[in-house]
Design a protein around this ligand. Structure first.
Ligand SMILES: [Ca+2]
Ligand SMILES: [Ca+2]
Length: 271
């Protein structure tokens, strides 16, 4: 039954409410960030022996561009991963010269919304990695960067490198944290490595992967300290398997080329 009193007051209440709902809808449409597995690169879509054609099949698929960058004749070749994990990408072998072969997968935003920035949110990222016996030892092909966004001195960074202990680093507005695993990965053996930001803490998780695709229990190491939100320049790329400079090209004089194989490269945002 309709209330006889104050239809006027009712209209006054309804109008701002409708405007508010509509405004909220517009805001949500324009600004909603991807959550869940924003980036997922599985390397399953090319045949063994072929150059990889990397795809992002994650929730940020429509908002990102993915490309394989190569230098000096380097490339990433499709090979078999362990049971149930399809294929993976085999990156160039160690070569500590400026003309050494390089290959890095680049993921960038394709709009003016930064779907690759966790901002203040908790998140995790990482990859399955298999390290070559020879992978470090010089200034040019030193280290094995598996997954990262931003360089050491940038305003923000998250990075996973394997040298041969997996190491995570996150840099936010209030500080940087770095944690190195107590596990030293054995060359030729597959591991699932993840870096977790939870509040003001950073955890590296390492699980050995068995031939049937199952994983051993995780070994974790955690550090704590101020991080704050992450603040990125929109154009900053994610790189999988090496280091990219600010313009999005392979840093050939300090590539940190990953020497080995990578699969299941992911970036997961909590809501
Ligand atoms: Ca795969
Ligand atoms: Ca290397």
């Amino acid at each position: 039954m309709r209330k006889p009193a104050s239809p006027h007051a009712s209209r006054l209440w309804l109008r701002p409410s409708l405007v508010g709902v509509f405004g909220l809808f517009l805001f949500a449409t324009a600004c909603t960030l991807s959550t869940g597995e924003v980036v997922t690169v599985r390397f399953d879509n090319t045949a063994i022996g072929e150059t990889v054609l990397p795809l992002n099949t994650g929730t940020g698929q429509a908002f990102t561009d993915v490309v394989l960058l190569t230098e000096n004749g380097g490339t990433a070749i499709t090979e078999a991963h362990v049971g149930g994990q399809g294929h993976r990408a085999n990156y160039p072998d160690f070569d500590d010269t400026m003309t050494g072969p390089r290959a890095v997968v680049r993921v960038t935003n394709n709009s003016t919304t930064d779907h690759l920035n966790p901002g203040p949110r908790d998140f995790h990222y990482g990859a399955d990695v298999v390290l070559d016996a020879l992978s470090v030892g010089g200034a040019i092909d030193n280290g094995n960067n598996a997954f990262q966004r931003g360089l050491f001195d940038d305003s923000a960074q998250f990075k996973l490198e394997v040298e041969p202990r997996p190491r995570c680093r996150i840099k936010g507005d209030l500080g940087a944290l770095q944690v190195t695993s107590s596990v030293s990965v054995q060359p030729g053996e597959p591991y699932r490595v993840r870096c977790f930001r939870a509040g003001e803490s950073l955890t590296v998780s390492v699980r050995q992967i068995n031939a049937d695709g199952s994983t051993e229990p995780a070994v974790t190491n955690t550090v704590q300290g101020p991080l704050g939100p992450l603040t990125y320049i929109l154009e900053t790329p994610i790189s999988i398997g090496g280091k990219l400079n600010a313009s999005g090209n392979i840093a050939v004089n300090s590539s940190d080329q990953f020497n080995g194989s990578i699969d299941n490269a992911i970036l997961v945002m909590d809501s």
